[in-house]
Design a protein around this ligand. Structure first.
Ligand SMILES: Nc1ncnc2c1ncn2[C@@H]1O[C@H](COP(=O)(O)OP(=O)(O)OP(=O)(O)O)[C@@H](O)[C@H]1O
Ligand SMILES: [Mg+2]
Length: 642
């Protein structure tokens, strides 16, 4: 049974859910002697895996999908968008080999990338993931009970016996028993290893089990105890000596994160002496605390930094030794417009703007702008920035194929390391919302707000400004096209119907004209002459002159009777030129409707009706609300008026 299966659906009230939660947590409890633990191990070797291996298994167990020859790791898929390549690299250059106990395991994992590029999000996903995973059968973790560092029970096996243990169990043991547990083994268990009590532990950052975060304070006053624990002066008297491990509090972040993961924030800002501790830990799998022998630890250390900080770090000779102990994985910005839209959607959902109506394409134009700012200009023939943007997004561009896209991606190794960050966009969207009175914003509001924010953005220099202005107008042009098409689409919905009505109307008139008949007004029953104005308005669309109109009309009538003889139905598609005329007329009408209604203060009844229909369709079928639909029509009206 999975951890969450008991939590049930939404129908349970919170008290029930709490009850179930407690029940599940209790069901996960396990306690037994070391002897019993060994029996368990025979069945389930995986519970003795290293921290790195557990993390890799967690990622792998969520599934891998093949996409264009790439491995897409689903574990990250739900929250990380467009970073498939970096994540593939992260898993395959770090997690996977580290799980196999290869050398990379001994290095600190350093995620390097621009601000708000998702580094912290990746780490948080790993942490939350591990908390969950430690509650499943496959991810279960066991530890010596009562140990503040949740020490691996297998450390109890004395070194000389480890070879035969390996032969029997197929498990390699790394690390030696900590001073505290050595002492406890003697004092509490009189050396009887098989009796030592082992328990299952559940990772929890809140309870400081297996997950830790280290945030540097002022480098001058930073205390190493935050990392490795410290002497507990209140108990020295009790135990008689500072070197008694019972007088030591193993409550540093490195201690608490043992068996799991420790996040190291702002690592490169730290004092060297701190970094050396880390070095020793990752390199030898142990660290020094107080006056004790080295303490073994088994944990993934993941840090993050930006490019500038990283460059200045490696340019310092003093850091050379440290440098070789880092595995640096670049986490650049996403470069796919569709993925960027998803990032914004997610961030908006998580914010207090979730209730605001965001008109269709508003996030897309923001995404176009951001991605434009992150791309590097290609030297490839015929590739401009917009084409590159489209190719990266997986759209088809005439004259280019997948191989070209791949070539473009390989042109620069460090693309995506600068440009506009997602947080800036979200901040500008939220300030656009504040500025507007209605909780509804559209693409133009967003673009305007992005533009207005340039002055306040620390990393946008005066030179960037002009370039960025240019990207804004490129995004705006893209939007103009999208907007025009959208209004057309909303109109075309009833296209078939409108086209048929228009054609029937036209043909009735043509027939009456050619036969020199009168028509009957459907309402009053009065006899009326054929509507010359209507017929001409259609014919003019395809350039039929006053002199040619009679021939055209007769030709159509002949066509209709030819159809009738073969008992085929004649519709507006049966005649190419007539079809063209109808199409053009309908769109010209649209243009007029939009123009007139947006420019005249008092639209007539039919115009109003048409407008209302289009608005209704935009709302019902295209994701607008009445505010944004009317804004769209007004805008497209102004575009058509130009
Ligand atoms: N590729 C992405 N996919 C999904 N979300 C993203 C992506 N890039 C950024 N984000 C979102 O942007 C916000 C900022 O990301 P995050 O805090 O993880 O960045 P960071 O790299 O740690 O930045 P900083 O350097 O400022 O600490 C988060 O809400 C995150 O979810
Ligand atoms: Mg961060």
């Amino acid at each position: 049974m999975t951890y969450h299966s008991l939590l049930g659906g939404d129908t349970l009230d919170i008290i029930n859910q709490l009850h179930n939660y407690r029940k599940e947590e209790n069901e996960l409890k396990w306690e037994g002697t070391f002897k019993e633990y060994l029996e368990l191990l025979k069945e389930r070797k995986e519970v003795a895996q290293t921290a790195h291996s557990r993390i890799y298994e967690m990622i792998a167990s969520a599934g891998v999908e093949k996409q264009n020859g790439r491995n897409v790791y689903k574990f990250f898929n739900e929250e990380m968008f467009g970073l498939e390549e970096s994540i593939e690299r992260l898993v395959e250059e770090y997690f996977h080999p580290a799980a196999k106990r290869l050398d990379v395991k001994k290095r600190v994992l350093l995620l390097m990338g621009p601000v708000s590029g998702g580094k912290s999000t990746i780490v948080t996903m790993l942490k939350r993931g591990l908390e969950q995973y430690s509650r499943t059968d496959e991810g279960a973790v066991y530890a010596i009970k009562g140990c503040p560092m949740h020490e691996d029970p297998l450390h109890l096996i004395p070194t000389p016996l480890r070879e035969s243990f390996y032969k029997e169990y197929g498990i390699r043991i790394e690390g030696s028993l900590s001073p505290l547990n050595s002492l406890r083994l003697e004092e509490e268990y009189e050396g009887r290893i098989e009796d030592v009590v082992v328990e299952r532990i559940l990772f929890s950052e809140d309870r400081r089990v297996g997950i830790g975060t280290f945030t540097p304070s002022d480098p001058k006053s930073q205390d190493i105890a935050d990392l490795t624990g410290s002497i507990d002066f209140s108990t020295i008297a009790e135990y008689g000596s500072e070197s008694d491990p019972r007088a030591y509090r193993f409550d540093g972040e490195l201690n608490k994160a043992n068996r799991g993961l420790m996040e190291f924030q702002e690592m490169l800002k730290l004092d060297e002496k701190f970094l050396w501790h880390l070095l020793s830990l990752t390199q030898e799998g142990n660290f020094k605390a107080g006056r004790f022998a080295l303490i073994s630890a088994d944990e993934l250390i993941v840090a993050h930094t930006n490019e500038t900080e990283y460059r200045s770090f490696i340019s310092n000779k003093k850091n050379e030794a440290l440098h070789s102990r880092l595995i640096v994985i670049p986490i650049p910005y996403n470069l796919k417009v569709s993925a960027e839209e998803k990032i914004y959607q997610k961030m908006i959902q998580e914010s207090d703007m979730a209730h605001v109506h965001i008109a269709p394409h508003a996030l897309r134009v923001a995404a176009i702008f951001s991605v434009l700012s992150r791309l590097k200009a290609s030297k490839k023939q015929g590739v401009d920035r917009l084409k590159k943007l489209r190719l990266y997004d997986g759209q088809s561009v005439e004259g280019f194929n997948d191989a070209d896209t791949e070539e473009l991606k390989n042109e620069f190794m460090d693309e995506g390391m600068d440009g506009v960050d997602p947080r800036y966009v979200i901040n500008r969207i939220s300030s656009a919302i504040i500025r507007k009175e209605v909780p509804s914003i559209n693409a133009l509001d967003v673009l305007r707000s992005l533009k207005d924010g340039f002055d306040q953005h620390a990393s946008i220099s005066a030179e960037d400004r002009d370039t960025y202005m240019n990207y804004i107008s490129m995004a705006r042009k893209e939007y103009d096209e999208i907007a025009k098409k959208e209004v057309q689409k909303a109109f075309v919905y009833s296209y078939e119907e409108s086209a048929k009505t228009l054609m029937d109307n036209y043909l009735d008139n043509v027939e009456a004209f050619c036969n020199k008949n009168k028509l009957r007004d459907p309402l009053t029953g009065e006899e009326v002459s054929p509507d010359e104005k209507l017929m001409r308005s259609l014919e003019e669309q395809i350039g039929i002159s006053e002199n040619a109109k009679k021939a055209f009309r007769e030709e159509i009538l002949i066509r209709i009777s030819a159809y009738a003889r073969k008992s085929q139905r004649f519709d507006y598609r049966s005649h190419d030129r007539l079809r063209e005329a109808i199409q053009k007329k309908l769109f010209a009408d649209l243009k007029d409707v939009v123009k007139i209604t947006t420019t005249s203060a008092t639209p007539d009844e039919t115009q109003l009706k048409k407008m209302n229909e289009v608005v209704a369709r935009l709302v019902d079928e295209h994701g607008y609300n009445s505010v944004s639909a009317n804004e769209l029509l007004r805008y497209v009206g102004s575009l058509l008026n130009r």
